[in-house]
Design a protein around this ligand. Structure first.
Ligand code: HEC
Length: 478
């Protein structure tokens, strides 16, 4: 586990316990009416009763995993969710039940540990139940009523992972692959994700495919696809959600593509943003769009009424002329008088956080960790959290004084995305392209990645959620 903290597991488990118990209505829990019997009670629970509860019961819950009911099974173990509805392949419990890597990746040790393995028929009974969404006796799919969710793109798995905010459990994977089958070749590479202001939709950029896909944010089902040209990176929604601004992160395209969010067609393209626009920020009134030009060390301002552009260089007087800043992401300060820009840096320069004063044009540099990527404000907007990819840390910056007031170390391996909820929890995606292979490394599987949850009141990592390869963009719906 590479020393990642799991200190709050017990507290979280108690919260989970109530969260999951409340999935079926509490009235049903105490009613004396005979309960309907479904596939789970008829065929799945008997397998657990026969082979598993001996070591996974409330009294003897190995790895805090209890298999005596649907509710407790869905609370997962100390390592998080053990079942992902509709995805037996990526359900950790299923991976422990067999040794056939054509069915799913395989996680040793095989369960039931030290006993005869389950029959093929028993294994397939569990497979099909998960494939059908792991319903309970009323046909209810776990977390189907979950409203508050965190979306994390798994860029090298062509999936978007969905975390249930209340329980902190991974609740779904959403397939964004070419053939609807986790096809690995070629990858479409979901990079960035954003939720519309009205919370009804979310959008994901498929950077290798050149498309933005629109999803219903309640059911997480695909609504439409827009073809937006080469390398769509960042997406922002206009304040009224009618327009999407998408950066084409390509030195041969160099533009922002504007999409009609209702028809998902291209409305207009911007004048040239040279070169390789990446990060975007929109003023609150929806009139000014800022874009980082990754390959020219500048930030562009685009007036969305006149389409006039202005440019702000990032180099300060006296800095080496050979140095590349590689501005990745931009955010407006709460008073909209300054820009915060994460600069990835190059071989000669580790990167930093730059501040551009839009009135005086003064440029200041804040020393954060190496290769800073995405950032977000605390709910009161007094602090800015910055994910430092090559330092495995998050820097906490006082927005007013522009001073680093704390550094959270060992957040995960290669932190990339960062989003903070309205109640002050930071969700950090960790690319994990080196090092981490999962708490139980699997045979025949994709590389594992993680997202860490930070409590911004204590600046502690309170939970780590395992997911699939290359977690990148993060968005919260609440
Ligand atoms: C004799 C005791 C025993 C029995 C019976 C048993 N388990 Fe386990 N189980 C363990 C132990 C010990 C571990 C921890 C293994 C490890 O991490 O190396 C474990 C771990 C697991 C895990 C992984 C939990 C995690 O956090 O990664 C799953 C899933 C699991 N068991 C499911 C089952 C299922 C399903 C059955 C029945 C088919 C079963 N077990 C039967 C002892 C048992």
């Amino acid at each position: 586990m590479q020393g990642l903290p799991f200190r709050r597991v017990k507290v979280v488990k108690i919260i989970l316990f109530f969260a999951v118990l409340c999935l079926p209505s509490c009235k049903e829990q105490i009613s004396k009416v005979p309960e309907p019997v479904g596939e789970f009670e008829r065929n799945v629970q008997p397998i657990f009763n026969r082979y598993c509860v001996e070591c996974h019961s409330p009294r003897n819950a190995v790895r805090h995993l209890v298999l005596d009911s649907w509710e407790s099974l869905l609370m997962g173990s100390e390592n998080g969710a053990m079942i992902i509805p509709f995805y037996p392949k990526f359900s950790h419990l299923f991976q422990h039940l067999h040794t056939d890597t054509t069915l799913s990746p395989v996680a040793p040790p095989q369960m039931p540990i030290g006993r005869n393995p389950l029959s093929r028929e028993e294994v397939m009974t569990i497979y099909e139940w998960i494939q059908n969404g792991a319903p309970n006796r009323e046909g209810k799919i776990p977390f189907q009523e979950s409203f508050q969710k965190i979306y994390v793109t798994n860029q090298a798995a062509d999936l978007v992972a969905v975390i249930d905010k209340r329980s902190g459990l991974l609740m779904r994977y959403v397939d964004v692959s070419a053939e609807g089958g986790i096809s690995q070749n070629p990858l479409q590479s979901p990079h960035y994700v954003t939720v519309s202001n009205d919370k009804r939709f979310w959008y994901v950029s498929l950077i290798a495919k050149g498309e933005v896909w629109k999803f219903d944010a309640q059911a997480d089902t695909l609504i439409a696809k827009a073809s937006v040209g080469s390398s769509p990176a960042h997406i922002v929604c206009s304040p009224d959600d009618s327009t999407l601004y998408v950066s084409n992160f390509s030195a041969s395209v160099n533009r922002i593509t504007m999409i009609d969010a209702n028809t998902m067609t291209v409305k207009r393209v911007s004048p040239p943003i040279n070169a390789a626009p990446h990060g975007l920020a929109l003023s609150r009134d929806g009139r000014r769009l800022y874009a980082t030009a990754y390959e020219s060390d500048r930030v562009f301002e685009l007036d969305l009424e006149t389409f006039a552009t202005r440019q702000f260089p990032l180099r300060r007087a006296g800095e080496p002329s050979m140095r590349n800043y590689r501005p990745y992401q931009v955010m407006l300060s709460p008073d909209e008088r300054r820009l915060f820009v994460t600069c990835n840096g190059d071989a000669t320069f580790d990167g930093d956080l730059r501040v551009i004063d839009l009135e005086t044009l003064d440029i200041r540099a804040i020393p954060v960790g190496k290769y800073p990527i995405l950032m977000d404000y605390t709910p009161d907007k007094t602090r800015l959290y910055v994910a430092n990819r090559n330092s495995n840390s998050v820097s906490v910056v006082n927005v007013q004084s522009e001073v680093v007031v704390a550094t959270i170390e060992n957040v995960g391996i290669q932190p990339h995305g960062l989003a903070i909820s309205s109640d002050g929890f930071g969700y950090v995606s960790n690319e994990s392209l080196i090092g981490f292979v999962g708490h139980h490394p699997t045979d025949g599987g994709l590389r594992a990645g993680t997202s860490s949850i930070i409590d911004t009141r204590t600046n502690q990592v309170i939970k780590v959620v395992e997911m699939l390869s290359f977690p990148a963009g993060v968005a919260i719906r609440e």
